[in-house]
Ligand binder design. Structure first.
Ligand SMILES: Nc1ncnc2c1ncn2[C@@H]1O[C@H](COP(=O)(O)OP(=O)(O)O)[C@@H](O)[C@H]1O
Ligand SMILES: [Mg+2]
Length: 324
């Protein structure tokens, strides 16, 4: 179907349960995501931004089917597992061919005792794709795509630089020709200039392969540089969502403005705090930190409202204060 979104996230909520220490330790349920709704089209460059602890990785892991959630996530029309539905092996393999991930720490993602060639060949073996010659050809192709010479097949991960390792992780994510890559803080552990090269590589892959990206970062400048549409997350909720230019140049939520002020350079340090410490509320969660507070902020239910003019692409904000 032409109008099935590549990724659809409907009313996704999520909580972690932890047991307190001691003999009478009680279970503590900590809500993280709160009714998240998002859609991604084929080949879209989408960015999710928010400070540490707001729930970005939890959403990324839910999309990848690595953790349980309430609600519905579909990829190319196929439901990802949730707490009521154990994923069978066949569906798991099909979903793996549609969505892949690149994480922050490339060394931790790569098997240290294998050579790059074996690491890249592995997904093809698991999915029983091609014979030895074809697999070798695909590995060369993937290395080429990420800007590494085929001679890198013989190297071990620890013999590579951080940037080269991340290129291998990206090549590995490309082996099954997915439609979507979830990149969770994929440049955050790299030096500034290396990070910028990896950003350009993602952009290049998007253009060459029509690949969609769900790019997660705590840095709004990075997200703006790469993405066409941006979602801003605060304390487990989307607080602003729209095309990149609108969100970046005319932010409609005070939290987005605070993120902009914090991200001073394209890959600079951020000084935002941790968004997970206060108790969730039905009213605006940003109110305790907001410089534009009004009495209605603690009495009106918090919801996303489209503030875009008619015929313009939607621009959602949770802020009531449209006058600021
Ligand atoms: N495995 C876990 N068990 C318990 N709490 C967790 C776990 N993973 C994350 N959290 C908590 O959930 C919240 C959101 O975390 P996360 O999704 O990693 O945020 P982000 O990626 O935006 O930094 C944080 O408060 C974090 O401490
Ligand atoms: Mg994270």
């Amino acid at each position: 179907m032409a109008d099935t979104p590549l990724l659809s996230i409907e009313n996704v909520s999520n909580a972690y349960t932890s047991r307190a220490y001691g003999l009478f330790g009680r279970k503590e349920v900590k809500p993280v995501l709160d009714n998240v709704n998002l859609e991604l089209g084929s080949g879209e460059l989408f960015g999710l931004v928010g400070e540490s602890g707001c729930g970005k990785s939890t959403l990324g892991r839910s999309i990848l089917g690595l953790i349980d959630y309430k609600g519905l996530i579909t990829i190319d029309g196929m439901p990802q597992r949730n707490s009521f539905d154990r994923l069978n092996r066949r569906r798991q393999l099909t979903l793996a061919r549609k969505v892949q991930a690149v994480f922050q720490d490339p060394l931790a993602s790569l098997n240290p005792i294998k050579r790059v060639g074996e690491i890249l060949e592995e997904p093809l073996k698991i999915h029983r794709l091609g014979d030895k010659w074809e697999r070798n050809h695909r590995v060369d192709e993937a290395l080429n795509l990420v800007g590494l010479d085929p001679s890198y097949k013989a190297r071990a991960p620890r013999e590579l630089s951080g940037g080269q390792r991340q290129r291998v992780c990206i090549a590995s994510a490309l082996m099954l020709s997915p439609k979507l890559i979830i990149a969770d803080e994929a440049i955050s552990a790299l030096d500034v200039s290396v990070g910028a090269q990896i950003l350009n590589l993602f952009q290049d892959l998007h253009h060459r392969l029509g690949l969609a990206l769900f790019f997660i970062s705590h840095n709004l400048n990075v997200i703006y540089y790469l993405c066409d549409r941006i979602a801003v997350m605060y304390h487990g909720q989307i607080v602003e969502l729209g095309v990149a230019d609108a969100v970046y140049n005319a932010p409609a939520h005070p939290y987005t403005r605070a993120l902009l002020a914090a991200a001073t350079t394209i890959l600079g340090e951020d000084s935002t705090g941790n968004a997970s410490d206060s108790t969730p509320t039905l009213f605006c969660r940003y109110a305790p930190r907001c410089p534009s507070l009004c009495p209605a902020c603690s009495t009106a239910l918090s919801k996303l409202v489209n503030i875009a003019p008619p015929n313009a692409p939607p621009h959602f904000t949770r802020c009531l204060r449209l006058d600021i």
